[in-house]
Design a protein around this ligand. Structure first.
Ligand SMILES: NC(=O)c1ccc[n+]([C@@H]2O[C@H](COP(=O)([O-])OP(=O)(O)OC[C@H]3O[C@@H](n4cnc5c(N)ncnc54)[C@H](OP(=O)(O)O)[C@@H]3O)[C@@H](O)[C@H]2O)c1
Length: 173
């Protein structure tokens, strides 16, 4: 198998908001489908708060949840206590799942810590200015190459116009 790459998937408003009140500040059904398609069959790494913001375990994926709380448990998820151990477990799990990708799904605390290690970012740009409390970190766009970029207009099920953008680190792969 080729090298395992580390990706992040995130939906970000034009003012860098990714969350509000421990939830998503928009309804974008198309983005949820994109998220499902992109993460299916892969290990996904997330912070404890993001895990608790989800309706439950995401089927077809292995959830690796990072918490500093030694007593935190979540049935069906793998709990780790550092980003480093989450990445190690992610790589091992990817091999078992016969995929070459580990995907970090947030939230902001985890994105901040892993940004320098990412090979790929699946970035949904949500065309709105949102009042939120959680932000995607600034990153140096000159280090990244755009692999694809698709525009999707707002619709009955999608509150805002949005683009699905895939970025890869210039020297990666
Ligand atoms: N728009 C998007 O694509 C997107 C994606 C994901 C999340 N979100 C949103 O983002 C918000 C949640 O993000 P957040 O930044 O508040 O929280 P988060 O990153 O999901 O989780 C933070 C928690 O992770 C644990 N943690 C973080 N770094 C750690 C480390 N180095 N070692 C051990 N544990 C560590 C801690 O858990 P303990 O407190 O248990 O120790 C910490 O409180 C929500 O609003 C969510 O809806 C949006």
């Amino acid at each position: 198998m080729t090298n395992i790459i580390l990706s992040a998937i995130v939906a970000v408003s034009e003012n860098q908001v990714i969350g509000a009140d421990n939830g998503l500040p928009w309804r974008l059904s198309n983005d949820l489908k994109w998220f499902k398609k992109t993460t299916m069959g892969k290990p996904i790494i997330m912070g404890r708060k993001t895990f608790q913001s989800l309706p439950g375990l995401l089927p077809g994926r292995t959830s690796i949840v990072i918490s500093r709380d030694p007593d935190f448990t979540a049935e069906g998820a793998i709990i780790t206590h550092s980003l480093e151990s989450a990445l190690e477990i992610g790589n091992e799990t990817a091999k078992q799942m016969k995929t070459n990708e580990v995907v970090i799904i947030g939230g902001a605390e985890i994105f901040h810590q892993c940004l320098d290690q990412l090979d790929r970012i699946y970035l949904t740009r949500v065309h709105a200015t949102i009042d939120g409390d959680t932000f995607f970190p600034d990153f140096n766009t000159s280090e990244w190459r755009e692999i694809s970029n698709e525009f999707h207009p707002k619709s009955e099920k999608d509150m805002y116009d949005h683009n699905f953008i895939v970025l890869e680190r210039e020297q990666a792969l």
